[in-house]
Design a protein around this ligand. Structure first.
Ligand code: KG4
Length: 357
């Protein structure tokens, strides 16, 4: 029996998962509420919260999987990219446990984990316990496929040639899509993280109401900083036009202001993301297209995948909600593939903060 325990602590979610003989048995996530009042993740508070959460989270993941720590074959952990202080907690815990149990360690790249979330095979018991996994067909892409990886820190088009062979063919030259959502939401006075709030309010708004600037960047790269500025300037001009100082005052004068701003922003982000993806798919003649990362929870982006799939005859792969934001299931899956290849890392491996795949 192969038992892989995984630990994910790259940002503000402490998560642990267990895969037994290729099947995901548990995926436990402890989110950190402490950052909400600051309007963004505070790195020092995140690492402290990881320290508090990691032991109960790992313990619960093992119990829910029905295995003991003595049965663990290898321990996978997120090595980066992410917040260094947060990564250090997961990395140190994984190393300590691997040393104590005498089992190999597997370092996992968080971004590759997001892509490999498409290969997770949850057990029937886990599906029964997890509403977001129910009624979702488990389908895996075949190689090569394109994956749009969109999160709070990354916006990339990844050409996935094999489990262990990925190439970033396009990426943002400034802000990530999630970052643009979060920053614009903050300007509107919405809570952090703003992405889900934009999604919610956009359902009540007019996506054509505010035409925001779209970037003109070569090849498959993205840019979202111009859009962010365009969003800000639109609000600035409206404040001036209506002679008010705050967004709340403006919202009293313009019915549906926040909803229309959110709908227009979301439609623009989705359009930018999908156009480049379409270009890549047609240039490379690839018709298997996947989406991954926190922003893949966005309902308009998911719908765009379905629509583009129909229009351009793509086979589309959209992960279940529980595997979109940071989770250890995807790290466990990446770790499982590396385990099969006996691709272990040294005990003195250190975390890395910056994007690499
Ligand atoms: O992958 P993730 O959980 O964390 C990292 O960035 O590593 O992604 C978080 C990002 C945040 O920017 C959040 O606002 C965004 O995903 N997000 C969404 C939605 N749910 C989460 N953005 C738009 N619509 C959503 N429904």
């Amino acid at each position: 029996m192969n038992v892989i325990l995984a630990i994910e602590s790259s940002c503000d979610d402490t998560s642990s998962a267990v895969i037994v003989d290729g099947t995901l048995r548990s995926n436990v996530i402890a989110s950190q509420k402490v950052h909400e009042e600051y309007g963004g993740v505070v790195p020092e508070l995140a690492s402290r919260a990881h320290q508090q959460n990691i032991l109960p989270v790992v313990d619960t993941a093992l119990k829910r999987a029905g295995v003991t720590k003595e049965q663990i074959s290898a321990i996978a952990f997120t090595r980066g990219p992410g917040l260094l202080g947060s990564l250090l907690v997961g990395t140190s815990f994984a190393k300590g446990l691997a040393l104590a149990l005498g089992v190999p360690l597997i370092d996992v790249n968080h971004l590759q984990g997001h892509v490999l979330a498409h290969f997770v095979e949850p057990s029937a018991e886990l599906i029964a316990q997890t509403p977001s996994l129910q009624g979702v067909p488990i389908r895996h892409p075949s190689f090569p496929f394109l994956c749009l990886l969109v999160s709070g820190g990354n916006s990339q088009i990844v050409l996935v040639k094999a489990y262990n062979n990925m190439e970033i063919i396009g990426q943002t030259i400034d802000d990530a899509a999630g970052e643009a959502f979060d920053k614009c939401a903050k300007v509107l006075g919405l809570p952090y993280p703003g992405g889900p709030w934009i999604d919610k309010l956009a359902k009540l708004g007019d996506p054509a109401k505010y035409p925001f600037a779209k970037p003109n960047i070569p090849a498959y790269d993205y840019s979202f900083s111009g859009l962010k500025t365009s969003f800000l300037y639109t609000l600035r001009d409206l404040l001036k036009e209506y002679g008010v100082e705050t967004i709340d005052e403006l919202a009293e004068k313009i019915p549906n202001l926040r909803e229309d701003m959110c709908a227009s922003l979301q439609a623009t982000v989705v359009d930018i993301l999908m156009r480049k993806l379409k270009k890549a798919a047609s240039d490379l003649k690839i018709n298997q297209v996947a989406v991954a990362g926190g922003v893949s929870a966005n309902s308009a982006l998911r719908q765009a995948f379905v629509d583009y799939g129909k229009k351009y005859r793509w086979s589309v792969f959209i992960p279940p909600f529980s595997f979109t934001t940071d989770n250890a299931a995807m790290v466990c899956q990446a770790g499982y593939f590396k385990y099969l290849d006996r691709d272990f890392c040294a005990i003195d491996e250190v975390p890395f903060a910056k994007t690499q795949i």
